[in-house]
Design a protein around this ligand. Structure first.
Ligand SMILES: Nc1ncnc2c1ncn2[C@@H]1O[C@H](COP(=O)(O)OP(=O)(O)O)[C@@H](O)[C@H]1O
Ligand SMILES: [Mg+2]
Length: 268
């Protein structure tokens, strides 16, 4: 189970405290390439905090993160992005002024900049790149962006702006942006939030296809347990900052500890 390749992600004994709140307490987990690893738990359990520690926007007090055999303990988000890590956030990160295709082209440019060690901020990189946009887009860039958008089912929406997309399409565009940066490790924070059942299933199928076909390491934080149990290979469960259980979806569905953690919480 714990084979290590260059894009295996591993957190070891990660703890972080915000004032009086122990948001994570010695949490260890790992995620393998080609697989979807679920991270679930009731509201406030520490899921987004874990993604922050993995992506480097938060600094854990204890423990470390490994990509392959390399400890990325205290490196910057930019350094982690240059190692192939990309993250979506709860809440949209799209730029009103750009079309769907322009988002993907800029994300691709940003990925190249970051891998070349040039200091494009991993966060808000699209905004940072707008001033460079006047350089124009090459035929190759358009062809690459369009191929990716076709693959994600956004082919007909290339020239639309984010506000002309459905929420489901915006979530797919966020995934497209991660992919365009050439991400090998993708951290998705509640990608199905606000989506209806069929949009959620479509997104889930797409995420699964990407993991399998591109051998991407995917960490999926989700409150939609049907989605998590439907597409994940393994699931880690947090409650009040503690890892309370981990295993296959079937094992987690049957877990007494998981059921107890979710008892009394309202599922929507
Ligand atoms: N920047 C912060 N400052 C203070 N407390 C925080 C901060 N971020 C998260 N927390 C607290 O840490 C706990 C875990 O939060 P979070 O990781 O957002 O939970 P989840 O994503 O599982 O809903 C919560 O109690 C939350 O209030
Ligand atoms: Mg969260």
């Amino acid at each position: 189970m714990s084979t290590t390749t260059s894009t295996t992600l591993r957190a070891e004994g990660v703890s972080i405290r915000f004032g009086g709140v122990q948001a994570l307490n010695k949490v260890s987990m790992d995620a393998q390439p080609g697989q979807i690893t679920g991270l679930i738990g009731p509201n406030g359990a520490g899921k987004s905090t874990m993604l922050g520690c993995i992506s480097g926007t938060l600094d854990q007090n204890e423990g470390t993160i490994f990509v392959g055999d390399t400890s990325i303990g205290k490196t910057t988000p930019q350094k982690r992005a240059s190692m192939g890590m990309a993250r979506t956030f709860q809440g949209p990160q799209l730029v009103t002024e750009l079309t769907v295709r322009e988002h993907v082209v800029l994300a691709n440019r940003a990925g190249k900049q970051v891998r070349a060690g040039r200091g494009v901020a991993a966060l808000n990189f699209l905004v940072a790149l707008i001033p460079f946009f006047s350089r124009g887009i090459s035929k190759d860039e358009i062809a690459n962006a369009d191929a990716l958008l076709d693959e994600l089912g956004l082919g007909k929406d290339k020239d639309k702006g984010p506000s002309d997309l459905t929420l489901g399409q915006r979530r797919l565009l966020e995934v497209a942006i991660c992919l365009a940066t050439n991400a090998k490790i993708m951290l998705l924070d509640e990608p199905s939030a606000g989506l209806d059942r069929s949009e959620t299933e479509n997104l889930g199928e797409m995420i699964k296809k990407l993991a399998r076909e591109r051998n991407i390491t995917i960490v999926l934080v989700e409150h939609d347990l049907d989605l998590v149990f439907g597409i994940c290979d393994r699931v880690f469960v947090l409650d009040f900052g503690q890892l309370i259980d981990s295993g296959t979806p079937a094992e987690m569905r049957a877990s007494k500890a998981v059921q107890a953690a979710y008892l009394g919480t309202v599922e929507d």
